[in-house]
Design a protein around this ligand. Structure first.
Ligand code: SF4
Length: 489
């Protein structure tokens, strides 16, 4: 399988390229067998609550780049998340002491634009955006409306790029085209690879590190320094010029395999920058595999082993002490297509018993055709075969699963669903930070956070006592049973 970087045009959703799914109900071993041997298929829902849009993910990634502009070619409602994206990146840049002047705009398509199209207005808005803000690149994001009417973003952006001294690129991230928000990561990476990244002038002693919010930046810089290499974080705090030189790196790696696949494999395919595909660096086993694979790629194995020896001797005895107290706790996990299975591994490392995983989607393979290693790793090392469901953050299913198991803990990585666990009296942790369990020290701290949550349950108990859930006992019973009866059929 190869990535087509010959044009800026649409790249296909994850469903089309990777066979990714957002509907499955079964068990860990069954899912792993289907992924490895075939037989995995999408289970369509007859009812669905609202979910997330790939457009949001795509634009969210590109607004991390400093001093660019993103224009939504859409009704204004599509840019509801814009303020959040800008505020988050402003804070990250302020913390790092870098300037940040990225702008988000909308063409605010109306009824007339929807019927007749608005390519001329879009062109004028691109030119005016450059005149007013002088960004270093402009991206134009498609929406459901501009996608359905077939607005030719490729032609408009190509004309604008001819008229302006900066790259202008279309983003093919129409919300209706994919059920998976992760398709938006790929649409953003495709625009970056086809318009910003330039061929290498020289090879540099540099690792490209794809992550979300770089909150562990100083730790990672220290680790890479010890391995003898520099690191380029993408995309937060990056400039257009930093991105132009990504092709000069020795290798690239990501904090999350769902996030990293398109950029990593694209750099490898186009410029020979090896993409290190590994477990996410969370928990002990994930972190050590991640570090060893990076060290192998740059010839720093001895330095990595020395780092591991030193950190292990400091942290493992402390981790063992907390582990004893967490051992045997029953956990339900609800997270994205990679983190769900990786945090399950972390929970098992802490001696807890995972009883159900809900992942928001599943990628059976990545853009180089390789199967996802984290699912197989978990299936081979899990304490038993337990139920797994794939659902794009369907809260009514999450509530039903939680009510069925009544676990000691619910671990989630996305907003809006931990509250439903707490209302049922279940302590929950919203693991929004991707570095929560990165490396030994953070793994130890995370174990203590979980211990605090199960030791003092008063918040969840108080909320339970004062909350009337919208579902009846009858609904809970028939809903969970129906889900699994249909899965067996
Ligand atoms: S692109 Fe479509 S799904 Fe996404 S916010 Fe706009 S209308 Fe909604």
């Amino acid at each position: 399988m190869s990535i087509n970087l010959s044009s800026t045009s649409t790249i296909g959703s994850r469903e089309e390229r990777l066979g990714s799914i957002a509907g499955y109900c079964g068990s860990l071993q069954d899912l792993n067998t289907r992924v490895r041997c075939g037989g995995l298929r999408e289970r369509e829902r007859c009812f669905t609550q609202s979910s997330s849009c790939q457009n949001m993910c795509c634009v969210g990634m590109l607004t991390k780049i400093r001093d660019v502009a993103v224009i939504y070619h859409s009704p204004s409602g599509c840019m509801a998340v814009a303020a959040d994206a800008l505020s988050q990146e402003s804070k990250i840049n302020k913390k790092r002491g870098t300037s940040y002047n990225t702008k988000i705009l909308s063409t605010d398509m109306n009824e007339s634009d929807t019927i007749f199209g608005a390519p001329d207005a879009l062109y004028d808005i691109i030119i005016e955006t450059y005149r007013r803000y002088k960004p270093n690149a402009i991206f134009v994001a498609a929406s459901c409306v501009s996608g359905i009417i077939g607005e030719d973003l490729d032609a408009v952006t190509a004309n604008a790029a001819d008229a302006l001294p900066i790259p202008v690129a279309p983003l093919h991230c129409e919300g209706f085209k994919s059920k998976l928000w992760a398709s938006g990561f790929d649409a953003a990476d495709h625009a970056v690879l086809t318009t910003l990244v330039k061929p290498p002038r020289e090879k540099r002693n540099l690792i490209v590190f794809r992550n979300f919010n770089e909150s562990a930046r100083s730790d990672i810089e220290a680790i890479f320094k010890e391995l003898g290499t520099d690191v380029q974080f993408v995309y937060s705090t990056c400039t257009v010029s930093d991105i132009a030189h990504l092709s000069e790196a020795k290798a690239s790696v990501a904090i999350c395999s769902t996030l990293g696949t398109y950029l990593g494999n694209g750099l490898q395919q186009q410029y020979g920058v090896p993409y290190i595909q590994t477990l996410n660096p969370i928990g002990i086993r994930g972190f050590e595999m991640w570090l060893r694979k990076i060290a192998q790629a740059i010839g720093a194995e001895e330095k990595a082993e020395e780092y591991i020896r030193r950190e292990r001797s400091e942290w493992l005895p402390k981790i063992e002490e907390v582990k004893e107290k967490l051992s045997g706790l029953r956990v339900v996990i609800g997270m994205g297509g990679s983190f769900a299975y990786q945090v399950a591994r972390v929970a098992e490392e802490l001696g807890m018993r995972v009883v159900h995983i809900m992942s928001w989607h599943l990628d059976p393979q990545y853009d180089n055709g390789e199967k996802s290693c984290h699912l197989n790793f978990l299936a081979e090392n899990a304490h038993e075969d337990y139920p797994v469901s794939v659902a794009d953050q369907q809260n009514f299913e999450i509530i039903s699963v939680l009510n069925h198991y009544k676990p000691d803990l619910y671990l989630s990585r996305h907003p809006g669903n931990t509250i439903w666990a707490i209302k049922q009296g279940i302590p929950a942790h919203f693991m929004v930070e991707e570095y929560t369990t990165f490396g030994y020290k953070r793994f130890y701290q995370y174990a203590n956070v979980l211990l605090d949550l199960v030791t003092n349950r008063s918040f969840a108990q108080h909320l339970l006592a004062r909350t009337k859930m919208p579902y009846s006992e009858w609904w809970y019973r028939q809903n969970y049973e129906k889900m699994y009866k249909e899965a067996e059929a």
